[in-house]
Write a protein that binds this ligand. Structure first.
Ligand SMILES: [Zn+2]
Length: 61
């Protein structure tokens, strides 16, 4: 399977939009953390992000 790595938007990083689909509004639940590089200065920043329950469903196995 292919995983697309798209840089999160500011809304996603600020837990205002789903980290999976990027939509704002609706029911958003904690979805772990995302780490973004801060460039050449120091360690990555950690963000507590949210997602729709449907978006966070475990993948079918
Ligand atoms: Zn979503």
């Amino acid at each position: 399977m292919t995983t697309h790595q798209q840089p999160p938007t500011r809304a996603q990083l600020q837990a205002k939009a789903c980290i999976c689909c990027g939509r704002e509004g609706g029911e958003l639940v904690p979805a772990g953390h995302v780490y973004t590089p801060t460039g050449e200065t120091s360690a990555p920043l950690g963000w507590a992000v949210v997602a729709h329950p449907d978006c966070t469903s475990p993948e079918d196995q």
